[in-house]
Design a binder for this molecule. Structure first.
Ligand code: ATR
Length: 301
């Protein structure tokens, strides 16, 4: 066994001082967070471990109490617990309050504080990978689910110029627009290529963010629901779907000549921000992104 192998084995050994973080989800087997966070701990030589916890909805309160009882440093929270976990926490950060969902719980001396890093993860990806500042930007968000809401709230708080939310079910787009209206001019339109308001929004958008599940593996072989020919050629087209990395929307946008932003960045950076909140250390964010990209490339989806 060579030295580097011994070192890499030693670096994942647990000790009496090992700190524990993890993720609550149901299911949780598909989560890529353990991969990213454990890689980050090893990179920084930290005596920490990140564990997936399958938590049934009816056990969420007990599991959250377990974070306090067992001195777990913090957990990420994923589907289906992001809203339900809030009632078990001591404090909720204002941005997570606006979003109405928590994806990161930090344990500070017996108190559990909830944050939401999803929208901030998107913003960090936007800044780092696309070199774009959301301030003043005219934004179109396609979709009105949990991810759209988190992104809309973070964009609103970051000073976006205006946000149009386009969704198949317009009432849900109205709910998202209504949530951010106190911070940014916002409107709802129908995600319908025959709706003139949607077409206007497409033509005006500087940043377009696709958040629906359309184009996600295994149903990836479908046409994009955003007619890219209606976009300005310099509009930045973002897809938060990361399986496959090159969605039909990203391909169509590239063919039109638009700059693009693929979805794995949001996942990596929401993890990096959660890592910083839980550990108090700067995340090795490039490594976390690289590990994720390598893993997704290996899946060959
Ligand atoms: P998430 O939490 O990941 O954002 P979600 O809350 O289930 O997921 O939201 C899914 C989004 O994808 C919704 O905006 C949904 O539109 P509806 O609100 O009209 O259901 C959108 N979506 C899913 N399938 C779609 C389809 N075939 N065409 C258009 N939009 C679709």
């Amino acid at each position: 066994m060579d030295v580097s192998t011994v070192k890499s084995i030693a670096s994942v050994m647990l000790t009496g001082k090992t700190k524990v973080a993890g993720v609550f989800g149901d299911p949780v087997e598909h989560s890529l967070s353990p991969l990213m966070h454990n890689a980050a701990f090893r990179e920084l030589g930290m005596d920490w471990v990140y564990v997936p916890f399958r938590v049934k909805p009816e056990a969420l309160g007990a599991a959250t109490d377990g974070v306090r009882a067992m001195g777990i440093a913090g957990v990420n929270v994923t589907v289906p617990h992001k809203v339900a976990v809030m009632e078990f926490l001591d404090e909720i950060d204002p941005e997570a309050q606006l979003i109405g969902a928590v994806n990161t719980v930090v344990h500070r001396e017996g108190r559990l504080v909830g944050y939401n890093t999803d929208g901030q993860g998107f913003l960090r990806s936007l800044r780092r990978q696309a070199g774009r500042d959301p301030k003043g930007a005219t934004v179109l968000i396609a979709g009105a689910g949990g991810a759209a809401l988190a992104i809309a709230c973070s964009l609103a708080l970051a000073g976006a110029g205006s946000i149009t939310v386009a969704n198949r079910t317009v009432a849900k787009a109205e709910a998202v627009a209504g949530r951010v209206k106190g911070h940014v001019p916002a409107r709802a339109v129908s995600l319908d290529p025959d709706d003139p308001a949607f077409l206007d929004a497409l033509g005006e958008a500087e940043i377009v963010i696709h958040t629906t599940s359309v184009g996600m593996y295994p149903r990836h072989d479908v046409p994009p629901i955003i007619p890219v020919e209606r976009l300005a050629e310099d509009a930045l087209v973002c897809d938060i779907v990361y399986r496959p990395r090159e969605t039909s929307l990203i391909r169509a946008a590239r063919e039109r000549g638009c700059p693009v932003l693929t979805g794995e960045g949001m996942l990596a950076y929401q993890g990096a921000i959660a890592f910083e909140l839980i550990t108090g250390q700067t995340a090795p964010e490039e490594l976390m992104l690289q590990v994720l990209q390598d893993h997704l490339a290996e899946e060959r989806i």
